[in-house]
Write a protein that binds this ligand. Structure first.
Ligand code: C2O
Length: 536
């Protein structure tokens, strides 16, 4: 990337920040024309490019775990600085797993363990702002041991690799892997270090479309500098709102669809922007899965709120449309975003008349009853403790905080400071309160799935009545979450998934089943250190 820091700031200066007249954005939703500095002829437009899919990653070998007889798939990805075709003509430098964005998709069955080798082949420093390109890979949605969980300060420098072990005992779900490097997660994920990971099980396979009708959609937003490189302006760490919407790395793509039911695994991988997806026809989206997998029953919605890092699995029924008809997936947006001319569109579906395989029972099925889960069966009466966390900006330090805590304070404590210390297998209620106004915070708790009990004393939204690991805490909202802590002991992070907030410095940690004096056999930094990569 040839863009300098000064040019990056210039991008912000003429765009949204100029429109708002202040650096701190947003208080309300703002509308502006554009923020990219591309000439008109180079600016992408909606619905000019086909939807593409990241390749499925193949294991390098498969073994049997001698201890329990479980299959173990070994995979390898390399973090590489590469170039992507996003714009009509100009190339865009990115950082990608295997040099692509989104990274390759992993697809495994429940009960198959995974060892993922992540090889850091990045340059020493980020070409845009010069930060050191040490990385930490988090499989978001997996109950991994702490030393394999992408703990922010457990970093792998360029020239090293780390083997991440994933247990895959959880129910089927859509997970994603992304960089979590301490204080640089936003820039690294925005540069392209993100990909999907699918965990299958027999229940989900029987109920929902599979193969070509099970479609990952990774949605991000981006802004571009005049040379086609990514612009980066996080408005003094408040958030980055790009004017180009990408789905699987392409601007506002079009997908051809048969007249049948499709399943979409929608991941909002934007570092700040939240979405409110809806169909141009006014027809419903049928939500069947949330972050932690299938919901107890499906929910039909006209639109729903979708923050960064949340995953929603959705059925769309294309049976009744005409051949040649175009259906748009649009974005109604939410309060406290910055919107541009075309951020109200996400992608489009073009209906084709190809014959449909009616032997596949999912072709015309919209199931209403899905599957229960341990977390959705918990009741508030089982909780032994209620904890309350306030998420806010500290105006004195200019830092985002959780109960005045920050990752810097965790680092300064030698990683001993914890915001909560539930016992192993304890069930607790955690409340998150966002009363400072002007912002929404998608709060992510590592290790656990939780049930949303309510928001501001009312029921959760229909779309979020399933197992979750990220909760949208909107302006003026207090949410109540119910969860059981396990199956691992150890230290895990809690943070805002607006990644500039996380990096500055809205991240703390909790410990499960550990007394302050315990020696932690799964210490997230020392238990599985990175290894010098002799192949680089
Ligand atoms: Cu998706 Cu701690 O992150």
């Amino acid at each position: 990337m040839t863009i300098t820091r000064r040019q990056v700031l210039l991008i912000g200066g003429i765009g949204a920040a100029g429109a708002a007249g202040a650096l701190w954005l947003p208080r309300e939703t703002l509308n502006a024309k554009s923020i990219s500095r591309l000439p008109y002829s180079e600016m992408p437009r909606p619905f000019r490019t086909p939807l593409v899919q990241a390749p499925i990653l193949r294991p390098t070998r498969v073994e049997i775990d001698p201890l329990d007889g479980a299959p173990v798939n070994y995979y390898s990805v390399s973090e590489i600085a590469a170039s992507a075709s996003i714009l009509p003509r100009l190339k865009t430098p990115i950082l990608g797993y295997n040099g692509i964005f989104p990274g390759p998709t992993l697809s495994v069955d429940q009960g198959t363990k995974v060892v993922l080798r992540v090889r850091n082949k990045l340059p020493a420093t980020h070409p845009l702002d010069g930060h050191a390109l040490s990385t930490s890979t988090h499989l978001h949605g997996s109950a991994s041991l702490p030393q394999y969980d992408g703990y922010a300060s457990d970093i792998t420098p360029p020239g090293f690799y780390k083997d991440y072990h994933y247990p895959n005992f959880q129910p089927a779900r859509t997970l994603w892997y992304h960089d979590h490097g301490v204080h640089n997660t936003a820039q690294n994920a925005y540069s392209g270090l993100a990909g999907q990971y699918h965990l299958h099980d027999p229940l989900e396979r029987a109920l929902l479309p599979q193969g070509p009708f099970d479609v990952p959609l990774t949605i991000t937003d981006a802004m571009f500098a005049v040379d086609g490189s990514l612009g980066y302006d996080d408005n003094d760490h408040s958030g980055l709102w790009g004017d180009v919407i990408l789905v699987n790395g392409k601007p506002w793509p079009v997908m051809k669809v048969q007249k049948r039911v499709y399943r979409f695994r929608i991941l909002n991988a934007s570092i700040s922007r939240s979405l409110r997806p809806t169909l141009s026809t006014g027809d419903p989206l049928v939500i069947v899965g949330t972050d932690g997998g299938l919901m107890p029953r499906s929910r039909s919605v006209a639109n729903y709120r979708h923050a960064g890092a949340e995953r929603y699995e959705i059925l769309i029924d294309f049976r009744k449309y005409q051949t040649g008809q175009r259906i748009e997936l649009r974005n109604l947006s939410n309060k406290n975003n910055v919107d541009y001319d075309f951020t109200s569109k996400i992608m489009a579906f073009d209906v084709v008349g190809d014959p449909v395989d009616t032997m596949d029972p999912t072709w015309n099925t919209i199931p209403t009853t899905l599957v229960g889960s341990e977390v959705m069966s918990l009741t508030a009466a089982q909780s032994t403790k209620t904890r309350h966390f306030r998420v806010k900006r500290n105006d004195l330090t200019n830092l985002w905080t959780i109960d005045d805590g920050s990752w810097q304070a965790v680092v300064e404590s030698g990683f001993t400071k914890v915001a909560a210390n539930p016992a192993l297998d304890a069930t607790e209620i955690w409340e998150f309160e966002n009363s400072s106004g002007g912002w929404f915070h998608p709060i992510h708790i590592h290790l656990v799935d939780f049930q949303i009990l309510g928001r501001n004393g009312r029921a959760p939204f229909p779309a979020e009545m399933g197992p979750k690991d990220v909760v949208y805490v909107g302006e003026g909202e207090t949410v109540r979450l119910l969860m059981k802590f396990g199956p691992h002991r150890g230290k895990y992070m809690i943070h805002c998934h607006n990644l500039p907030h996380e990096d500055h410095d809205m991240m703390v940690q909790f410990s499960v089943g550990l007394a302050a004096t315990d020696v932690d056999p799964n210490d997230p930094i020392s238990a599985a250190p990175p290894v010098w990569d002799t192949q680089v």
